[in-house]
Write a protein that binds this ligand. Sequence first.
Ligand code: DAH
Length: 339
Amino acid sequence: MREKINEVYKMAKESLNGCKDLNSLNIIRVQYLGKQGEITALLKGMKDVSKEEKPEIGQLINNARCEIENEIETLQKKFEEEELANKLNGEKIDISEPSKVVEKGEIHPLNKVFDKLIDCCVAMGFEVVTGPEIEYDYYNFEALNVPKDHPARDMQDSFYITDNILMRTQTSSVQIRTMENRKPPFRIVSPGRTYRADSDATHSPVFHQFEGLVVDENISMIDLKSMLTKMLSMLFGENTKIRFRPSYFPFTEPSVEVDATCPSCGGEGCKLCKGTGYMELLGAGMVNPKVLENCGIDSKKYTGFAFGPGVDRLAMVVNKIPDLRMMFENDTKFLEQLK
Ligand code: DAH
């Protein structure tokens, strides 16, 4: 029996010495320690051992089992660690590889101009209001002192939906909606989309305006000029100067066309401003008393000024873009240049 125990132990030791991985270790475990295993067989053989020898033989078998168990446990740990190390090695990150470029969105150049205008005007105490893009003829024309047969309607080729309803041609309609609903004093700006049947390098059927309106006592053209100087300086640079040229709009009297010194040459004259030193930017004027009265505002007590740049035009000047349509094509190659 002693020999048998020794032999089993030696065989187990040899198998364990040659064992290379977890799989074969499991097979050895079953072979020696399992229910049908060698050690179990030795224990079963105890019944044939004489009473005197039983304690010693029992002890020997137990010792052999403990040794084998310990050895298996040690190997198990070793193989598991090796397996983990191999796995980690296989997943190693190569930090010298160039990374994937993450494309980042940007605010559209048009919206950047809108944001700047709004920030500047809000800082001057203006409130932002909006109006509908599908508008009644009354708000878009009639109440702005442009009756049905007025020649000024020819200046704005309109998309009519019915005889009475159209896609608004100007954000000036929001002036009327505001004056109908509020009592002076107030200062509002109204950013938004406008529509005209027009399409070439400087006109798009959908375009954008930024309407401004101030109504209070003692408002004069000086207020208009200083306010616009501030707004355009913020957009084009601190040293921007502006000038008024006489113009005509049915809803303002007097009306002006506002030019600012060319942001490219600072007023010297260059290709962009066609040598004039100035860029034509927007229409403005003192609110026509007739328009105030149309909205129930006492024109003897109150005066006001209004202005309405085309924001697309401003964005073209800011970014030196020759063709307005580029702004709406959503060509990312073009837009990326204006980041
Ligand atoms: N609504 C005018 C247009 O589309 C622009 C304009 C001119 C707006 C003078 C105004 C203004 O508020 O006072 O051509």
